[in-house]
Ligand binder design. Structure first.
Ligand code: PRP
Length: 224
C-alpha cells in the first residue's frame, strides 16, 4: 500500500455523481469535515467524523487510478471508467445504483438521416473513452480512429474534428442542444463502490465491513 499512513482513504468523484453519492457516504457513517462543503476551500483531502478515515475528491477517471495504485483504499466511480482502464487491481463488489446514464455513439442529425451504422468500416470518433470505443467497434470489424478529448465532445462534429462522438448521455439534453442524435448504446452506466485488491487482502475485516456498510446504505436508500 502507498497510503501515507494507516488511515483509510475514500476517493470520491467531483461533479454530478458526488451529490448522489454523499447521502450514501453519510448513511455508511462517514461525515466529512465542514471544508468539504465549502466551495471556497482549496483542500483536496478531508478529515471525517471517523479519525481513521479521510476523503479525497478527484476527477472520476482519477478515482479508479488512485484506487488501482493503492493510494486510496476505496472509491466510487462509474463502470464507464472501469471499462476504459480495466485495472486488474480494482475490485468492484457493489453497484450503488446511482449516476445512471449510458455510454453512446452520437452523430449530427443530418448525418443520422441517411447513415447506416452496419456499413461503417473506418470511422473517426471524438471521445474521452478511446479504449472502450476501439474495443466496441473492433468486435464487429470496424476500425475506430479515436481523437481523445476530456470534455465538450459535442463540439467535435460541428467543428470538423470528428463526425461522431462517444460520450455519456443522461437526459439527452446536451446532444439535442448541439444538434446530435444518439445512434447506438455501448453500455449502461451506474456508479460502483470500488476497492483496492491488495487492501482487501491486507485489511480484510475492515474492507469487508465497509463494503457491508455501503451495501446497507444502498438498501436504506432503496427502501426510503
Ligand atoms: C456529461 C457528458 C455530457 C452530458 C450528458 O458531462 O459528458 O456532456 O453530461 O448529460 P445529458 O444527457 O443529461 O445532457 P458533464 O456535465 O458530467 O461534464 P463533463 O463534460 O465534465 O464530464
Amino acid at each position: 500500500m502507498n497510503a501515507a499512513d494507516n488511515r483509510l482513504v475514500l476517493a470520491l468523484p467531483k461533479g454530478r455523481i458526488l451529490e448522489e453519492a454523499m447521502p450514501l457516504v453519510r448513511a455508511a457513517g462517514i461525515e466529512p469535515e465542514p471544508a468539504f462543503d465549502d466551495p471556497k476551500s482549496r483542500k483536496l483531502r478531508f478529515a471525517t467524523s471517523l479519525p481513521h478515515v479521510d476523503i479525497i475528491r478527484v476527477r472520476s477517471f482519477d478515482v479508479a487510478t488512485f484506487v488501482a495504485f493503492g493510494a486510496a483504499h476505496l472509491g466510487i466511480c462509474g463502470n464507464d471508467v472501469l471499462m476504459e482502464f480495466n485495472y486488474a487491481e480494482v475490485y468492484a463488489p457493489l453497484d450503488l445504483g446511482i449516476g445512471s446514464c449510458r455510454l453512446s455513439v452520437a452523430e449530427p442529425n443530418e448525418l443520422a438521416e441517411s447513415d447506416d451504422p452496419r456499413r461503417w468500416s473506418h470511422i473517426r470518433i471524438a471521445t474521452k473513452y478511446p479504449e472502450v470505443t476501439r474495443r466496441h467497434f473492433a468486435e464487429r470489424g470496424v476500425q475506430a480512429e479515436c481523437v481523445k478529448l476530456n470534455g465538450a465532445m459535442e463540439l467535435a462534429p460541428s467543428l470538423g474534428l470528428a463526425a461522431r462522438i462517444v460520450d455519456l448521455v443522461s437526459s439527452g439534453g446536451t446532444l439535442v442542444a448541439n444538434g446530435l442524435k444518439e445512434v447506438e448504446v455501448i453500455a449502461q452506466v451506474t456508479s460502483r463502490l470500488i476497492v483496492n485488491r491488495a487492501a482487501l487482502k491486507v485489511r480484510p475485516e475492515e474492507m469487508t465491513q465497509w463494503i457491508d456498510r455501503f451495501r446497507d446504505a444502498c438498501g436504506d436508500r432503496h427502501a426510503a
